[in-house]
Design a protein around this ligand. Sequence first.
Ligand SMILES: [Zn+2]
Length: 125
Amino acid sequence: MKKSANRDCYCALCRTPRALQYDSNLSARHYGQIALITVILTWALFPILEWKTLGSFFIMWAVFEFTRKSLYRRDVKCVTCGFDPTWYRKDVRIARKHVENFLRDNPDSPLLRARKSQSSSEISQ
Ligand SMILES: [Zn+2]
């Protein structure tokens, strides 16, 4: 796939190389899966709900979309510094708070370790 080549990136804050597994949008294959599930559900529930079962397409679509977005958001968040680009786009202050909380909760994060060793080497010089 050509698209996956673009998913190798760097964290905008700590410059750690990242490889994103998930895309934020559904692919044609996902729509195929949604359609298939809808066909199976319609076939199974037709005696009870008749054509109303076709509406399950929209429910399945919402479920797929929600799952995809959740996976993407979990994936896009940096594991080294806790930087979340999706929050950064929405509200910089909240993104900053997330990073501060992450660094407070993970005092031995590689990012902080690098800073500490850098500042201690500056002191010793
Ligand atoms: Zn980072």
